[in-house]
Design a protein around this ligand. Structure first.
Ligand code: SF4
Length: 405
């Protein structure tokens, strides 16, 4: 059974990360997963990401029981299941941070910061906690669904980043220090460059990493952006994967089909799906999800403008035309035979299967696609039997037409 060796170190650094939050009197900032983590770290905040907690609730399958708890406060079962499972977890006092990491629970925030570059839901979600903890909350609201990110837009978003500085100073008790910001951005730029190299190793056949491994190994780029720990981890992981490429060691030894995954993971079924694809000699070699933490615009020489650009031009915040171009590039770069769109029932924002994009992409690329219905956390929207049949039929179809075997 193929096992990425760096996984042991990953477990250790993620455990250390959780245990270190708020230690020695350090202040804690909560941040959205593609929010301004580098800016917050420059003030000395420990940064906690509620979306990661949502993913943990999904992966441990605790979410489905917790979502109804949020429903009692009026949070619909049909909105973001990260939001509802996380709020349900808070209300019931149950969290995988207790059972898996030995913590008392989630850390208490000194400042809550969001960026609606991914969705407006985060504003409602984080607003709940601002009221609960009577905690200051600030947000960045860039224009959405952009074809291009113009200079005017970058300048607007720079002003929005600068507007949160007083709240950061007040909550941290520290003055803004541009050199500290340059340093955290420098770490992030290097970590994100390495993360991209890690993902790109899957251009090779057999691919030494798949989407399912990527959802685990992306931990440091989400949680530890802006630190040297993330840089060191990806140096180690990259070196292992490059060695595997040289030795032709891959996740699927007899790789026959290569697939692109669009949309959110189905956290509670990641292991089952990973095994299913391996059994069917298929590598899911790339995804919009894992690629979302490649911020190639970061530049410490111009920290505000480059952060504004990097966080505004992410895939989820782009027009359909811009998304199609990005998808076409990835499909070609990773030599994919087909694409699976995950229609996540509680996340419209990170689902591209609802308005005919798969059909238009198929016309443009000539590659077959299929839609799998499910959800990031709420397994009531996922039918395992039906999905397995659909996926196996799709793989059979691709295997007959694959140009890469
Ligand atoms: S992008 Fe989707 S999953 Fe993520 S916070 Fe927004 S609604 Fe939830």
């Amino acid at each position: 059974m193929y096992q990425i060796k760096a996984t042991n170190d990953l477990r250790r650094i993620v455990t250390e990360y959780f245990h270190s939050i708020g230690q020695d009197g350090r202040k804690v900032a909560w941040c959205t997963s593609v929010g301004p983590a580098e800016l917050l770290r420059s003030f000395g905040f420990d940064v906690y990401f509620p979306e990661n907690h949502g993913a943990l609730l999904g992966a441990t399958r605790a979410a489905t029981d917790l979502i109804p708890e949020a429903g009692k406060l009026g949070y619909s079962n049909h909105i973001c299941s990260y939001t509802t499972s996380d709020i349900g977890s808070y209300l019931s006092g149950r969290s995988p941070l207790q059972s898996h990491y030995g913590l008392k629970g989630i850390p208490k925030p000194d400042l809550i910061v969001y960026n609606t570059n991914q969705c407006r839901e985060v504003e409602d979600w984080f607003g709940f906690y601002a009221r609960e903890f009577d905690c200051p909350i600030v947000g960045i609201h860039p224009p959405r669904h952009l074809q291009d990110v113009s200079q005017e837009i970058v300048e607007l978003v720079v002003r929005q980043h600068q507007a949160i500085l007083p709240a950061c100073e007040q909550a941290s008790g520290k003055k803004f220090d541009i050199d500290a910001f340059r340093q955290t951005l420098c770490f992030s730029a290097e970590a994100t460059r390495l993360w991209q190299q890690v993902l790109l190793t899957a251009r090779n056949s057999p691919a030494p990493i798949t989407f399912f491994d990527g959802t685990i190994h992306m931990g440091p780029i989400v949680l530890m952006r802006g630190t040297s720990t993330a840089v060191r981890y990806y140096q180690q992981l990259l070196s292992e994967l490059e060695e595997n490429v040289r030795n032709r060691v891959g996740v699927v030894c007899d790789e026959r089909v290569r697939i692109f995954w669009d949309g959110m993971p189905i956290w509670g079924k990641n292991r089952m799906l990973s095994d299913l694809f391996i059994q069917n000699k298929t590598a899911v070699v790339a995804s919009t999800y894992c690629s979302s933490w490649v911020f190639d615009a970061f530049d410490e020489r111009d920290p505000f403008a480059s952060s504004a650009l990097a966080y505004t031009k992410i895939f989820i915040n782009r027009s359909e035309e811009a998304k199609m171009k990005m998808l076409m590039n990835w499909l070609e770069e990773y030599r994919c035979d087909g694409i699976i769109f995950h229609d996540a029932k509680t996340c419209f924002n990170n689902t591209n299967a609802k308005f005919g994009l798969p059909q238009r992409l198929r016309d443009l690329s000539g590659l077959p696609s299929m839609i799998i219905e499910g959800d990031l956390c709420d397994l009531r929207f996922f039918s395992e039997g039906q999905s397995i049949t659909k996926i196996e039929t799709f793989i059979e179809q691709l295997d007959r037409s694959s140009q890469y075997v």
